[in-house]
Design a protein around this ligand. Structure first.
Ligand SMILES: *[C@@H]1O[C@H](CO)[C@@H](O)[C@H](O)[C@H]1NC(C)=O
Ligand SMILES: *[C@@H]1O[C@H](CO)[C@@H](O)[C@H](O)[C@H]1NC(C)=O
Ligand SMILES: *[C@@H]1O[C@H](CO)[C@@H](O)[C@H](O)[C@H]1NC(C)=O
Ligand SMILES: *[C@@H]1O[C@H](CO)[C@@H](O)[C@H](O)[C@H]1NC(C)=O
Ligand SMILES: *[C@@H]1O[C@H](CO)[C@@H](O)[C@H](O)[C@H]1NC(C)=O
Length: 309
């Protein structure tokens, strides 16, 4: 994929103009504002919203990490954000970016970026919890250095599946397999959360490499948040969604939205891209961990037409 981009750099002036146009277009398309969409929740000044809401930075030092959460709760959506991860020696640090509901039987959809020594690869750790049960990890290396530039990380969450994307390339699909008894997150509204914290007891080479505090503060930057989503309101007793007509319930059949993300399923191009990532960049898949699941793999892993491996 990268080669098709690098071969087109024949005229640097044209490229410059194109990239200026592209970036102003991006700003218009995304237009997210961290002041409007998020609240800083912890870190005693270590999380900062800058440039009139266009940029958010989280930082971590020996005393504390920091974090923020969305003002809105959502029930389904397509969420994009751009991140530039902690650079240099980021070993021991974890940047988490996830959706989560409240309570003991909570749902959760996770990206966690596990730092590493300078020059060694980050791990992108993913997980899906439904009704309190997780243990569905898949981990990946990236095909670029995530500390050099901003890259787009996305969740698509609709009634039929959850898809994790990196730069619009699907890296993981978690299908709705309620038909075989596997709970799927589709009843509990979730908020977006993010944090930068010290996890050097497990993050880098399983905890062997500790955070080097002489490198602190560690910083991850965020921009261009976009939520194309059903916003949940809990003001009425049963709650209501911006995607349903005011007098209908929240069951997915009654959603009145034409949003393509809501009905999106994988076409053959997406399938092919997913297979490319999983073949070349996946380093852990719970569905392939027969040692861990010696009593039998989770049911969603053994569905005939699942897109594992
Ligand atoms: C860090 O680098 C080592 C050596 O290349 C690698 O085994 C490991 O998967 C990398 N990532 C993390 C988060 O440990
Ligand atoms: C931590 O970083 C400093 C500065 O780069 C370096 O001198 C030191 O050896 C590092 N400590 C460890 C334990 O690697
Ligand atoms: C919802 O309200 C509309 C008019 O406001 C009405 O025609 C429709 O029957 C209502 N639907 C339900 C499920 O109550
Ligand atoms: C949804 O589709 C209907 C009928 O095709 C159209 O009238 C309406 O404007 C669309 N709504 C949005 C938000 O695109
Ligand atoms: C899996 O199912 C989809 C439809 O849901 C179908 O298009 C696809 O061909 C199937 N793939 C395999 C390998 O059976």
């Amino acid at each position: 994929m990268a080669s098709s981009f690098s071969s087109s750099s024949s005229s640097s002036t044209t490229m410059l103009i194109v990239s200026i146009l592209a970036s102003s277009l991006m700003a218009a398309v995304f237009g997210g504002n961290f002041n409007q969409d998020f609240d800083v929740t912890w870190g005693d000044g270590r999380a900062k919203i800058l440039n009139n809401g266009e940029l958010l930075t989280l930082s971590l030092d020996k005393t504390s990490g920091s974090g923020f959460q969305s003002k809105n709760e959502y029930l389904f959506g397509k969420f994009d954000i751009q991140l530039k991860l902690v650079s240099g020696n980021s070993a021991g640090t974890v940047t988490a970016y996830y959706l989560s509901s409240q309570g003991s039987n909570h749902d959760e959809i996770d990206f966690e970026f596990l730092g590493n020594l300078s020059g060694d690869p980050y791990i992108v750790h993913t997980n899906v919890y439904s009704q309190g049960k997780g243990s569905r990890e898949q981990q990946f290396y990236l095909w670029f250095d995530p500390t050099k530039d901003f890259h787009t990380y996305s969740f698509l969450w609709n009634p039929s599946h959850i898809v994790f994307y990196v730069d619009n390339i699907p890296i993981r699909e978690f299908k709705n397999t309620e038909s075989i008894g596997v709970p799927f997150p589709n009843k509990q509204p979730m908020r977006i959360y993010s944090s930068l914290w010290n996890a050097d007891d497990w993050a880098t080479r399983g905890g062997l490499i500790k955070t080097n505090w002489t490198q602190a503060p560690f910083v991850t930057s965020f921009r261009n948040f976009k939520d194309d989503a059903c916003i949940w309101s809990s003001s009425s007793s049963s709650g209501s969604s911006s995607c349903t007509s005011s007098n209908s319930s929240s069951s997915s059949s009654s959603f009145s939205t034409n949003n393509t993300w809501f009905n999106q399923e994988f076409d053959s191009t997406s399938q092919r891209r997913l297979r490319w990532v999983q073949k070349n960049y996946m380093i852990y898949n719970y569905c392939a961990d027969l040692k861990r699941f010696s009593e039998g793999l989770p049911p969603e892993c053994t569905m005939k037409n699942s897109t594992k491996t």
